[in-house]
Design a binder for this molecule. Structure first.
Ligand SMILES: [Ca+2]
Length: 232
């Protein structure tokens, strides 16, 4: 009995011209579809097409850390002083940036005389310098004055647009949702707070002994770390 070799079905399949043509069309169509999908999902053109498929709502919020430091100075009548404050990131946790600096200048009338001694006049300001901060921001309060023993509150924004408030943002992913909060360097270095004093003495002739005052300067440095949580 003659042994007829069994034809290899795989080879038979590819020997047929019609099959080869059909396969070619199939592969070309597949490549075109893959290219089209690649384009549509936004890898090549995220701005025009990606948002339809990938955009999500993110809740961006901030965790804060703050450090306070205090200085107390005694100023003579007409006196003035520049106090330097240093900010070093090693005092904060990793991945935090400096958002803003709050300065509170406080004093009271320490001179005790019969009939009472009026509060002195104090002026305070954060001295503009090349310290990396948002010096021109409209929410800053770089100088202030008091003649009634009220605190003087000053504010310097260091990180652009930082206000500590959470908000929602539409973005393709978490990294893009947080991309504006990762710049390092703002608020690091030293800056000066300038204090001036004008004494107000008692109008009672024998009681006009006031010639200086103690002024306290509290600096609070607020650092933040942003995080994003997907809402949709
Ligand atoms: Ca006084």
């Amino acid at each position: 009995m003659e042994n007829t070799p069994t034809p290899n079905p795989f080879l038979t399949f590819f020997r047929d011209e019609e099959t080869r043509r059909a396969l070619l069309v199939f592969f070309v169509a597949t490549i075109l579809i893959v290219c089209r999908v690649y384009y549509l999902v936004g890898i090549k053109d995220a701005d025009e097409h990606g948002e339809v498929l990938f955009l999500d709502e993110w809740q961006v919020s901030f965790t804060e850390e703050s450090l306070t430091s205090s200085e107390t100075v005694v100023l003579a009548d007409g006196g003035e002083v520049d106090l330097e404050f240093d900010i070093d990131m090693s005092e904060f946790s990793q991945d935090f940036n400096i958002g803003l600096i709050q300065v509170t200048i406080s004093y009271s009338e320490t001179n005790q005389v019969v009939g009472g001694d009026p509060c002195d006049s104090v002026q305070g300001k954060i001295v503009q310098s090349d310290f990396p901060a948002q010096w021109a921001d409209e929410n800053n309060s770089l100088s202030g004055a008091s003649s009634s023993c009220e605190d003087i509150s000053l504010l310097l924004l260091t990180y652009p647009n930082y206000d500590g408030q959470s908000y929602t943002k539409t973005a393709h992913n978490e990294v893009i949702a947080l991309d504006e909060w990762g710049d390092e360097g703002y608020g690091i270095g030293s800056f000066d707070v300038n204090i001036k004093l004008e004494v107000q003495q008692s109008q009672v002739p024998t009681q006009n002994t006031d010639d200086d005052e103690t002024v306290q300067i509290d600096v609070e440095v607020i650092a933040f770390k942003a995080s994003a949580e997907k809402l949709s």
